[in-house]
Each structure stands twice: as structure tokens, then as C-alpha cells.
Design a protein around this ligand. Structure first.
Ligand SMILES: *[C@@H]1O[C@H](CO)[C@@H](O)[C@H](O)[C@H]1NC(C)=O
Ligand SMILES: *[C@@H]1O[C@H](CO)[C@@H](O)[C@H](O)[C@H]1NC(C)=O
Ligand SMILES: *[C@@H]1O[C@H](CO)[C@@H](O)[C@H](O)[C@H]1NC(C)=O
Ligand SMILES: *[C@@H]1O[C@H](CO)[C@@H](O)[C@H](O)[C@H]1NC(C)=O
Ligand SMILES: *[C@@H]1O[C@H](CO)[C@@H](O)[C@H](O)[C@H]1NC(C)=O
Ligand SMILES: [Cu+2]
Length: 677
């Protein structure tokens, strides 16, 4: 078999040229809209101030759901006006957080409000860069590096870390911590920490507010820390086989603006500085009913909580909220064709607002591709027939939307996978570099104390930690009015000797009436969880629905009254259900940086609102407890997790029974063969 690499032309789509008339109401802000927001907000806050106006978050303000639905499902788009396009801005001005709504068509400010509660908006890239450069003009830092540690300061780089909240009662300044690394000619900074030095930077004053040089520990050895191919020495391998994916007719899906349609699926792909990819209005074509049926109004990662498990001065505060602090969109990186995504992928750019309000472009932020992974859609070999064997197999294919966010040391691969059978699989891959700390030890046998991590190389401890990703899933199963049903599997004992069996299990259905009924720790009780439409049934009478099939679920191991856990109380349960509320968008709360846990999913649900036969939102947290190991050094092979949304009595029968198989293209001759039925 010849080994060939087929590289077909890569398709690039650009959205920047779309005029606002052609925009879908859920399209992310275009570069020209971002610039317009900048102009309008700057004009409003033009009075001289010692503290510059900064744009911490700029995004599309969610249009009223009812208007979006009316527009989306109207037969003629020209008869129904789309909802007005408005931008939501979290700005800082004169040491205050201001929340502004800008209307883009009237070019005016609709509302502005000073946030008086605790917590601060997302950090900007620019202020983090400025903060990490401050130490280099700070005398005590230079002394610590040059005099006390004998290091070459030109080889030092610093990075910022959010500070969290640990019970302080006084109002907080907006601060960030800075710690540093010793490159010394290498590139994998996170494996070369300079222990002991921690600075607190006041971000509004852009000044060092506190400086600590506490302990001295050797910088871990540079040897073996590099992950670049050019820096590796033999032996190499294994060598990967060449592969190419060929779709002779071009991509099997259509991209129209931000709307993607493929086989029986149609959905909208948005982008947001805070949450990254947003899937909206996903609906699936029912060939029996001859219409598209609604599944998911909106889905995205609403927060990511990463607490480290080391109580010492240099680490205890590392309790990151990567969406609300750094932004999955703001940390999106350009995808590399043929490596991050296969040869048949289509790429899309994305834009967010920089600190001064100007648009910042992320080229190739998304890729969309058909995955022909060699999986089986369904099959059966029937050998129980007299004189014949019946075999039917269908090869599977799915459509994947991918984005990667690199938040400091970690890379998160965010996948949304659509299947012709009606399943939506949500995948997350964790890769990148572990957070480490320097240590005096050179061998595990020397360690007699808790070092709060795994010992991976000489002088190197990779710190224990968790990753909790909360997904916002506004399912609209054949309409907005839905209910959340737990189908509990319960053991029954046979007591009347009517059967040789002593036990079996059966199902008991329970509809969650209020928010507190719907909080679930998935590992504790065997049950099937589904969002159903209580007003629609199949012909034989089952309620139509979509199941949540939990994947990697973990429960927090911190105590409930620990400060990070109070702030991240959305991790207390894997599943929550709330009535739809436009302002409840992010599970960790709106202003997450230095938040105090008074505004988050756990707090909202205490109102215990009714959720039966209502427009409801499902919140699901997937989690990983991470005990690092040597294979994850110097860069970590992808660790994958995820979950599935799968139709349950949504269709009358197998929706892919009559799927038409793909034509098989023989690449080594000019003939094509088909296996169409
Ligand atoms: C404010 O903006 C000016 C002009 O862009 C800049 O020179 C100055 O450093 C900024 N001040 C702060 C505190 O960021
Ligand atoms: C310190 O590092 C800089 C930049 O890498 C290099 O040019 C310089 O020679 C180094 N100084 C010493 C004393 O090694
Ligand atoms: C820096 O690099 C030099 C040259 O490779 C090496 O001799 C020295 O030990 C390194 N210093 C540290 C602290 O890694
Ligand atoms: C919507 O959510 C916000 C924030 O939790 C809350 O203040 C408001 O009362 C909610 N509205 C309704 C109708 O529940
Ligand atoms: C396929 O056909 C083209 C044009 O007719 C020809 O140039 C090419 O060599 C053929 N390829 C094979 C593998 O037969
Ligand atoms: Cu991890």
C-alpha cells in the first residue's frame, strides 16, 4: 500500500466583509462594530481622568430570545425585523467598573451602570503584559534575581496569576500576582520557575503593591524541558503514517455567514471573548416529519475553575476562573492546518476587543471538518436465518467544530461534534505544560513530607489540581417549554417467590419541579437524565426528549466553606437546571475576578424557582482531578473528556436507518465504485 499525503487546498472563509444588514442576530461583533463601540464609549467617557478608560470585555449583548426565535423561524426574513444589535461592555474608568449597553444601529448608549458589588471584570492581555514587565524596573526584584540568586536577569520572564479571594472583608483593590521563570536559553518557562518571589500588582495604578522574597530553591534543570522538534536529539519516533482526507466534491457542509449546515444539522457558530465558541439554534432535519426540529438554543463553556492543591504561600491563591478572568475567546490561538485540524478542514477567523477597544484578530480561530474516523454508525449481522446471512453496516461520520484556548501553561481543545443520529458530543482535551514548582529534591526517595504534587524530574514538582468546565446548555427540545426528568434505576426485590430471581432493576421517573430538585451529583445514583418536551409525544406516546449522557464528572474535594469553593460553588453538583434568564449567563457569576461567591449558579438556584414545563437551561460540569505523571513532562499528551446530548424518543425510529452511504473513491485508479443500496 503506497503511503501518500494528499494535501488539498485549504478553504478560508472571512467574515469581516459581511455588511451589517446581512448579519444574523447572534453573529459576534464584527471588527467595524467593535470600532463603533469603541468610538461611542470613548466619547461618553472622555473627561480627563488619571485612570484611562479600558475595555475589559466587549461582546454581543444577547438579543431577546423571543425576537431571535421569531426572526429565525419566520418564513420571510424581510417581514420580521431582527432584534437590535447591541453590545455589552465591561469597562474600567476612574477606578470603577462600568457596565454599558451600546445600541449599534442608533449609535447610542442604552444603559450604563457602575458595578458596586464585589468582583472585577476580565483581565485584558495588555494590562497583564504591563504587570509582568513591572518587576524589571523594581530595585528589590533586581536584587533578588542578580544578587541573591546570581541569575542573569535578561533571561528572566514573568507572568501574571489571578489572586482569588480568601475571606478579606474590606473592599479589595483590583490586583494581580506576578511570579517569574528563568529561561536561560530555553523556551518552556513553566518548567523553570524561580521559587519564592511573589509580587502583588495594583492594576489600576499599575504599581507593585507588595513584594515577597521568601525562600530560595534551585531552579529545576533545563535538560529535557524543551518540547520543540528542533531541540530534540535522537532517538526519534515512532514515525506516523501518512494520511489524507479527500472530499472530491468539496466540503460536505455549507457555511453561510456564521450559519453552518451539514447533512441533517443546521446551527450557528458564534464567538465571544469570554466563553469562546457558542453554538446556537442547533436543529436537526426530521425526514419523516419533513422539517427541522429544534434541539439546542445556545451552548458554550460558561466557566472553567482550576484550583491548585498546595496551601503554601507561592501557590495557595492559584484558584483560576479561566473564562471570567482570562477569557476563552481572548486566549484563543490560531489553529495549524494539517495538525490541529485535518486536511479537509475549513478555517474561520475571530475578533475581540483589545484593552483600548480596537478589534484584535485571531486568524484561524475555528476549524470545521467532517470526521471520517472509521467508526460504525450501526450494524447487524443476522446469522439466525435458515440458508442465508444478512449483514448491514453503515460507516459513521460526524461534523466537528474546534477551537483551542491557551490559558498560560494549559491548552484546552474545545470540540462540538454533531452526528447524523442526532447526538451532539461535547469534547474537551487538556494538553500543554503542567504548572510546576522548584524543589530541593532530586529523587522521590528523599521526600518525607507532602510536596503537594507529583515529583516528575530533578527539582521539579507538578502541583495537584482540578479542572472543572461548566457548560451552559439551553436546550429547546421541539420548543421552549421543557421539563427535566430523572429516570432513576432502582433495585426491586422479588419477595413473593413468583420468580426464581431474587432481584431486578426498573425505572422510576421523577420530573424536577423546582431548581433544588434538579441538583445532581451524577456519580451517586444511577439515573438517566433528560430534558423532555412535556407537550409533545411520539406516536406511541413517549415524551420526546434529549438525554444528557455524563462523561468525565468529578466532584470537588475541597471543603464547602473553603473560599475558592464558595466562589466556585457551581461545582458542588454536576447538574443544575434553572429557568431561562437572560442575565444568568456564567456559572461563576458576572464579575469573577476576586469574587466572593455572592453571585453564581449555586446562589441563583436558592430561589428555588419553578422549572417544570418552562424554558429551562441545563448546566453541566465536567471535571478532572489531575495527579500529574512523568509522561506529562515536558508537555502533556492530550487528556480527553466530554459528554453527549442524545435524542431519547425524539424520533419515531432510528433516524439513520435510511442513511445513504458515501461513495468510495479509489485513489489508485480513476474508477469510482459506490455501495448505494
Ligand atoms: C493611559 O494612556 C496613555 C496614552 O495611551 C498611556 O501613555 C498611559 O501609560 C496610560 N496610563 C495607564 C495608567 O495605563
Ligand atoms: C545574560 O543574557 C543575555 C541575553 O540572553 C546575554 O546576552 C548575556 O551575555 C548574558 N550575560 C551573562 C553575564 O551571561
Ligand atoms: C544556565 O545555563 C548555563 C549554560 O548552559 C548553565 O551552566 C547554568 O547552570 C544554567 N543556570 C541555571 C540556573 O539553570
Ligand atoms: C434574572 O437573573 C438576575 C440575576 O440572577 C436576577 O437579579 C433577576 O431577578 C432574574 N430575573 C428573574 C425574572 O428571575
Ligand atoms: C487518472 O486520469 C488522469 C487523466 O485522465 C491521468 O492523468 C492519471 O494518470 C490517472 N491516474 C491514475 C492513477 O490512473
Ligand atoms: Cu491538569
Amino acid at each position: 500500500m503506497a503511503k501518500l499525503l494528499f494535501i488539498f487546498s485549504i478553504f478560508f472563509f472571512s467574515f469581516s466583509s459581511i455588511s451589517s444588514q446581512n448579519l444574523h442576530p447572534l453573529d459576534p461583533l464584527t471588527p467595524s462594530e467593535i470600532t463603533l463601540v469603541q468610538t461611542i464609549v470613548r466619547k461618553e467617557y472622555s473627561s480627563p481622568s488619571k485612570y484611562n478608560l479600558t475595555f475589559q470585555y466587549v461582546g454581543l449583548d444577547d438579543p431577546e430570545k423571543s425576537s431571535v426565535l421569531k426572526w429565525q423561524y419566520s418564513r420571510s426574513k424581510t417581514l420580521v425585523h431582527p432584534p437590535p444589535r447591541q453590545a455589552l461592555v465591561h469597562a474600567r474608568f476612574d477606578k470603577q467598573t462600568i457596565e454599558i449597553i451600546v445600541d449599534l444601529s442608533t449609535r447610542s448608549i442604552v444603559s450604563k451602570q457602575v458595578h458596586r458589588g464585589h468582583g472585577f471584570p476580565m483581565f485584558t492581555d495588555e494590562e497583564q503584559t504591563m504587570a509582568s514587565e513591572l518587576p524589571f524596573s523594581f530595585g528589590p526584584f533586581k536584587d533578588s534575581i542578580i544578587k541573591k540568586r546570581g541569575l542573569n536577569i535578561s533571561e528572566v520572564v514573568c507572568s501574571t496569576l489571578s489572586t482569588g479571594w480568601f475571606g478579606e472583608v474590606k473592599r479589595s483593590d483590583r490586583v494581580i500576582k506576578v511570579q517569574c521563570f528563568y529561561l536561560n536559553g530555553t523556551t518552556n518557562l513553566y518548567l523553570r520557575p524561580i521559587e519564592g518571589i511573589t509580587m502583588v500588582i495594583n492594576l489600576d495604578d499599575m504599581k507593585i503593591a507588595d513584594y515577597q522574597d521568601r525562600i530560595r530553591v534551585p531552579v529545576p534543570k533545563a535538560e529535557g524541558t524543551d518540547f520543540q522538534m528542533s531541540e530534540q536529539r535522537p532517538p526519534f519516533g515512532p514515525r506516523l503514517n501518512s494520511v489524507g482526507i479527500v472530499t472530491p466534491g468539496g466540503p460536505g457542509f455549507k457555511v453561510d455567514g456564521h450559519t453552518i449546515s451539514w447533512l441533517n444539522w443546521a446551527f450557528h457558530l458564534g464567538f465571544d471573548a469570554r466563553v469562546g465558541p457558542i453554538i446556537s439554534l442547533a436543529s436537526i432535519y426530521d425526514s419523516e416529519k419533513h422539517k427541522y426540529r429544534r434541539v439546542l438554543y445556545r451552548g458554550y463553556v460558561s466557566e472553567l475553575f482550576v484550583p491548585y492543591m498546595d496551601p503554601t504561600d507561592e501557590v495557595y491563591f492559584r484558584t483560576f476562573f479561566d473564562c471570567g478572568e482570562d477569557g476563552f475567546g481572548q486566549t484563543a490561538v490560531s489553529l495549524e492546518p494539517l495538525a490541529d485540524c485535518p486536511s479537509n478542514a475549513v478555517f474561520m477567523d475571530a475578533y475581540y476587543a483589545g484593552q483600548d477597544g480596537s478589534p484584535v484578530k485571531v486568524s484561524n480561530a475555528f476549524c470545521v471538518f467532517e470526521q471520517h474516523a472509521g467508526n460504525i454508525m450501526w450494524r447487524h449481522t443476522e446469522s439466525g436465518l435458515p440458508d442465508q446471512e444478512v449483514r448491514e453496516v453503515r460507516a459513521d461520520v460526524s461534523l466537528i467544530v474546534r477551537m483551542v484556548a491557551t490559558v498560560g501553561n494549559y491548552d484546552y481543545i474545545l470540540d462540538w461534534e454533531f452526528k447524523p443520529s442526532g447526538s451532539i458530543k461535547i469534547g474537551v482535551g487538556l494538553t500543554g505544560v503542567l504548572a510546576t514548582k522548584g524543589s530541593a529534591y532530586t529523587h522521590v526517595d528523599q521526600i518525607k513530607e507532602d510536596v503537594y504534587g507529583a515529583f516528575l524530574a530533578e527539582n521539579t514538582v507538578a502541583i495537584h489540581h482540578d479542572h472543572f468546565l461548566n457548560y451552559y446548555l439551553d436546550l429547546d427540545v421541539d420548543g421552549e417549554a421543557n421539563s427535566f426528568v430523572k429516570t432513576n434505576l432502582v433495585t426491586k426485590r422479588v419477595t413473593d417467590h413468583s420468580s426464581p430471581r431474587k432481584s431486578y432493576w426498573t425505572v422510576e421517573r421523577e420530573t424536577a419541579r423546582t431548581e433544588l430538585d434538579a441538583r445532581i451529583q451524577v456519580a451517586l445514583k444511577p439515573s438517566e437524565l433528560a430534558v423532555i418536551n412535556p407537550n409533545k409525544r411520539t406516536k406511541v406516546g413517549n415524551n420526546i426528549g434529549y438525554r444528557l449522557i455524563p462523561g468525565s464528572a468529578a466532584s470537588p474535594l475541597l471543603v464547602n466553606d473553603d473560599y475558592p469553593q464558595i466562589r466556585a460553588a457551581f461545582t458542588n453538583y454536576n447538574v443544575w437546571v434553572t429557568p431561562y434568564n437572560k442575565s444568568e449567563k456564567w456559572a461563576g457569576g458576572k464579575y469573577v475576578s476576586q469574587s466572593r461567591g455572592d453571585d453564581n449558579l449555586a446562589v441563583w438556584t436558592l430561589r428555588n424557582r419553578k422549572i417544570e414545563n418552562k424554558d429551562i437551561v441545563l448546566w453541566y460540569t465536567i471535571g478532572f482531578h489531575h495527579v500529574p505523571c512523568q509522561e506529562e513532562f515536558p508537555v502533556m499528551p492530550t487528556l480527553s473528556g466530554g459528554f453527549e446530548l442524545r435524542p431519547v424518543n425524539f424520533f419515531e425510529r432510528n433516524p439513520v436507518l435510511k442513511v445513504i452511504p458515501a461513495k468510495h473513491v479509489n485513489l489508485f485508479s480513476n474508477c469510482t465504485t459506490t455501495t448505494n443500496p
